[in-house]
Design a protein around this ligand. Structure first.
Ligand code: GDP
Ligand code: MG
Length: 511
């Protein structure tokens, strides 16, 4: 039943009467003493100053931090695409109409739009993909979004813990009504007393501006946080990772405890799973030599034509602990390639060192390898593409061939050798159509005339820089494996539970 508003209006009026009387008497006194215009000018000036100050603060104040920047976990290609869609939807909604934002339905509809956008990325073939999720999970998203928004609003909006939603909505309605009455008053005032009316208008305009400066900011912030939060949890849900963050769920319910156990198991798997680096390139480019050079003592059999018949793992250690595996691979040629029959190797690769001979213009085999590599990940959007470091070998053989006086500055070449190294790096990058931000490292691994390896320290540095990214690829890889396992565990658990439930029912029926 709708509650009558008039008793409240009467009480408000009664409460306000003494102050209104005081205002009228004061105004009258000011008028009588011919001070009214002075008062009006001073108050207009004060409001003006406040407006200017508010503008200044508005420019210099930081927007409240958005709750949901990118989810704080490794992103696969598909997650990234879904997140980009959420971000562009945020912009569309922010730039679009703001009508109905005081109605909960508008927020629900917006939430559904975000859910559908994310769902379409993960289930492109489903007709209504957003409906294709368990109700419990949907409720969990609602719970998490509400909790985050509550926390954000509490932290950033003053008085938000006292003002109720109903207060807010009623206040808006009252303001709307007052605004209509106010418009009539304002027109009347300008007609009856043009000078005073105009001054009043200026004051009113300034006051409106102060409110207008903060309201859109607030709305934008609320909209952004809300949409991104839903987007965040929807991505976790549709990518099957909702259970990975149990610490986000408040107290320890039995479900959370189960999730914690699952997360713990996952973390252990992630800890144990080594980082895997693939060294690829044409025959005789120097793959085995590079691996040997990376270790203190020789491990891989180098200098034997097509010696590496299959993938050979070598253990990388850090402080005596196994930290990764580096794989020597058979060389590929224009006609031959190990990748076509071993595509699954790429599913277990976190970083690729692609070796290219500086002095060999035949790049078709490398292009074939890269095409297969990209096609593999294009077919698996749930994976993150491992980064590629391009290593240009045999730079000592570049013209002038007999000159070898390292170091060479390839950023600003100051001799023919350095210029040729730089030219080789650029040409290979272009021939292979690698992205412009790919790391390209020129090295020399030859032992001719006791030269020793050159620029391996730069390669180590670049590899170190890529480790964080490679680790994200590794985590996504672990997640995918554990999901495949946990899906079945879940099905068995549910089957077992429903079996127990059936038994209990039967038990009761028999009693
Ligand atoms: N001059 C020179 N020789 C190299 C370089 N890298 C590798 N080599 C030589 O090239 C030959 C083939 O190397 P290997 O590592 O077996 O090539 P893989 O087939 O790619 O494993 C060996 O004799 C290496 O010593 C380099 O940067 N400069
Ligand atoms: Mg080899």
């Amino acid at each position: 039943m709708k509650r009558a508003a008039w008793p409240w209006a009467v009480m408000l009026l009664m409460g306000a009467t003494p102050y209104l009387t005081l205002l009228a008497l004061g105004g009258w006194w000011l008028w009588q003493n011919q001070l009214f215009w002075h008062w009006l000018s001073v108050s207009a000036a004060c409001t003006g100053i406040i407006w200017i100050a508010a503008r200044w603060f508005h420019r210099h104040q930081k927007t409240p931090p958005s709750v949901a920047n990118k989810p704080d976990m490794p992103f696969s290609q598909r997650d990234q695409a879904a997140w980009d869609a959420v971000e562009s939807l945020t912009q569309t909604i922010k730039n679009g109409s703001r009508e109905g934002l005081d109605q909960p339905e508008a927020w629900l509809a917006m939430g559904q739009r975000v859910l559908t956008t994310v769902a379409q990325h993960y289930r492109p073939k489903a007709q209504r993909p957003e409906l294709n999720i368990p109700l419990t999970e949907l409720l969990r998203i609602a719970e998490l979004v509400c909790r985050d928004m509550h926390q954000q609003i509490n932290e950033h909006l003053p008085f938000s813990h006292i003002v109720t939603l109903e207060d807010g909505l009623n206040l808006q309605r009252w303001l709307d009504r007052l605004r209509d009455a106010n418009t009539a008053l304002r027109i009347g005032r300008v007609v009856l007393n043009p000078a005073g009316g105009l001054l009043h208008e200026v004051k009113g305009y300034a006051q409106d501006k102060v409110v207008a400066l903060t309201l859109p900011r607030l709305q934008n912030w609320l909209l952004e946080s809300y949409i991104q939060r839903i987007g965040h949890y929807a991505i976790l849900l549709y990518s099957g990772r909702m259970a990975i963050a149990p610490e986000r769920v408040g107290g320890l319910s039995s479900k959370s405890r189960q999730d914690l156990v699952q997360a713990e198991a996952l973390r252990n798997t992630q800890k144990q799973e080594p980082l895997r680096i693939l060294v690829a390139g044409q025959t005789n480019v120097g793959k085995s030599t590079l691996i040997n050079a990376l270790f203190d003592s020789p491990r891989a059999a180098a200098d034997v034509i097509s010696c590496t018949a299959e993938l050979m793992p070598y253990l990388l250690e850090r402080e005596g602990q196994p930290s990764g595996l580096i794989f020597d691979t058979p060389g590929y040629g224009e006609q031959t390639g190990w990748l076509s029959n071993n595509r699954d190797v790429l599913d277990k690769t976190d970083l690729v060192l692609l070796l290219c001979h500086a002095n060999n213009a035949a790049r078709a085999a490398d292009c074939t390898f890269l095409d297969a590599f990209h096609q593999h990940f294009h077919d698996r959007p749930e994976r993150k593409i491992p980064a590629i470091i391009l290593v240009v070998t045999h730079i000592d053989e570049l013209r002038p061939p007999r000159e070898w006086q390292p170091p060479y500055d390839v950023a600003e070449p100051n001799c023919a050798k350095a210029s040729n190294i730089r030219a080789a790096m650029d040409t290979i990058g272009q021939d292979l159509a690698l992205p412009t931000d790919t790391d390209v490292v020129p090295v020399s691994l030859g032992k001719n005339a006791g030269m020793g390896s050159y620029n391996l320290d730069s390669l180590m540095l670049v590899m170190g820089r890529q480790m964080e990214e490679a680790d994200r690829v590794r985590l996504i890889r672990c997640l995918k494996n554990s999901q495949d396992q946990s899906k079945w565990t879940q099905v068995w658990k549910q089957a077992a539970n429903s079996g127990r439930w059936l038994l209990r029912k039967a038990d009761k029926a028999l009693q």
